[in-house]
Design a protein around this ligand. Structure first.
Ligand code: ADP
Ligand code: MG
Ligand code: ZN
Length: 459
């Protein structure tokens, strides 16, 4: 970890923008199939997604509902009225010369997500937009495929609340897990279903004293944001994201220490050289000349529609995690592993339900599934059978263990005397005695307290 001290009293300020491509049947504003991956280039296109003059877009309601579900899961409020706007810029993969996005009136706003470390990350917005086409550079030529043009994208933007890289990783992983639970996307990073952009800046930490004062009185004094930020793009794995952010924090601190002034810019991650590099100086929102999309009506979302979407949502991963801890008495770590995918969680619950009828405890099942790396889909009967076989023959009954312990005590006068004279290690001899008498079947975890209890009354 990049500890505070090694960072020379600087702290990073990080905000995350996550894009996720929805797995809807059709594209955002036309009826072309959105399932473009690996398909013959330029076969999933029409006048709308090619941006031909005069073509009229219409809104994919299914995408809107996915966007709302993501927003609700992240505790956002859903705007009763929102709007699409044109974000104007020129790039060869953008045939229209603008991307239909949301800016001033996003669909979902003001959410939050709690991380494993307890920190609450504020979410500024969850809005709906569309993807661009894709450029391929090969043999000195650039080819373009518009199959991806107009595929629904949802963007989730946090406030600059992260103060360490580990929290960023946890957040990004939680979002990926959420998309999969909701079934709105595969969220595969390598395929580009899910894309991360990290905004990084650093600032001097206020003196320890004033910091303590702020937190202890819970005043939540708004601290000033650094006057610049560096946006990291082209990050297609969690590992690269962490590496890029760590590199950037270090680079920025070094620059500031040298008295350099940092400016707003976009940098990419070079995986080979393991460093970030300038792509362009950052444009401001006004450079895009956002204006309301005149070809689309405003988006009106009835309260009743939100309610019904909410009730159609599955139990969210973090709620499931908590429930598993409480209901099955699992540790936080166990619950986290078992709820990693909805599939594994359901499978585990199936095991517990059937196992319960046979007197097999949920923790025992959890341990077995985790240690043996049992995957969802393995026959439930088989797994329970193995857990039972493993437990069979073990003597766990207290009275039976007491009998064996008593026998071991009377056989080992010397060990008893040693123990009485303060040699704790002599207990091992007695444990060994019980194991011999039980032919190795005594449950050792229960043995020690039983022996200690009996030894108290031996004179
Ligand atoms: P843009 O479209 O220009 O990227 P957004 O508003 O979509 O702008 O995203 C800005 C992101 O940058 C947000 O995640 C926000 O939290 C983050 N951010 C803003 N100021 C800072 C800062 N000083 N340091 C780090 N991140 C910042
Ligand atoms: Mg951005
Ligand atoms: Zn189309």
């Amino acid at each position: 970890m990049t500890g505070k001290r090694t960072m020379n009293n600087y702290e990073p300020v990080i905000g995350l923008e996550v894009h996720v491509e929805l797995n809807t049947k059709s594209k955002m504003f036309c009826r072309c199939s959105a399932d473009y991956f690996g398909k013959e280039p330029n076969t999933h296109t029409c006048p709308v997604c090619l941006g031909l003059p005069g073509a009229l877009p219409y809104i994919n309601q299914s995408a809107i509902e996915d966007c709302i579900k993501i927003g609700l899961a992240l505790n956002c409020s859903v705007s009763p009225i929102s709007r699409f706007e044109r974000k104007n810029y020129f790039y060869p993969d953008l045939s229209k010369g603008y991307q239909i996005s949301q800016y001033r009136w996003p669909l979902c706003i003001n959410g939050q997500l709690t991380l494993d470390n307890g920190q609450v990350i504020r979410i500024n917005r969850v809005h709906q937009e569309e993807d661009t086409g894709k450029l391929f550079h090969q043999e000195g030529q650039t080819l373009i495929d518009f199959n991806r043009s107009g595929v629904p994208l949802v963007e989730i933007v946090t406030e600059p609340d992260f103060r360490d890289v580990e929290a960023v990783r946890d957040y990004a992983k939680k979002l990926q897990q959420l998309f999969r639970y909701l079934g709105v996307s595969n969220a595969d990073m390598e395929r580009g279903d899910m894309r991360l952009e990290a905004n990084v800046s650093v600032r001097k930490v206020k003196s320890q004293k004033s910091k303590v004062k702020n937190t202890s009185q819970n005043l939540k004094v708004e601290e000033e944001l650094p006057p610049y930020r560096v946006e990291l793009k082209n990050i297609n794995s969690f590992r690269f994201m962490v590496a890029a952010i760590e590199y950037e924090i270090k680079r920025q601190i070094e620059a500031l220490e040298k008295g350099e002034k940092l400016s707003q810019e976009t940098r990419g991650w070079n995986g080979d050289k393991k460093c970030t590099y300038v792509q362009r100086s950052k444009e401001e929102a006004h450079d895009y000349r956002y204006f309301p999309e005149p070809d689309l009506p405003e988006l009106r979302i009835e309260e009743s529609r939100v309610k019904s979407l909410e009730s159609s949502m599955p139990e969210l991963p973090w709620s499931k995690n908590k429930r598993f801890e409480e209901e099955f008495k699992l540790s936080t770590a166990q619950a986290k592993i078992l709820t990693e995918t909805e599939e594994l969680a359901d499978y585990f619950e199936g095991l517990v339900e059937l196992g319960g009828k046979e007197g097999i405890d949920a923790v025992k099942i959890a341990n077995y599934v985790i240690n043996q790396k049992i995957g969802a889909g393995t026959s439930v009967e088989e797994v329970l059978g193995k857990i039972k076989a493993k437990g069979e023959g073990v003597i766990g009954d207290e009275r039976e263990l007491e009998k064996l312990a008593q026998e071991a005590i009377s056989e080992n006068e010397k060990a008893v005397a040693d123990y009485k004279s303060g040699k704790e290690a002599a207990l091992q001899v007695l444990i060994g005695g019980v194991m011999r008498l039980s032919k190795g079947k005594a449950d050792t975890s229960k043995l020690k307290p039983i022996l200690e209890k009996l030894l108290k009354v031996v004179t």
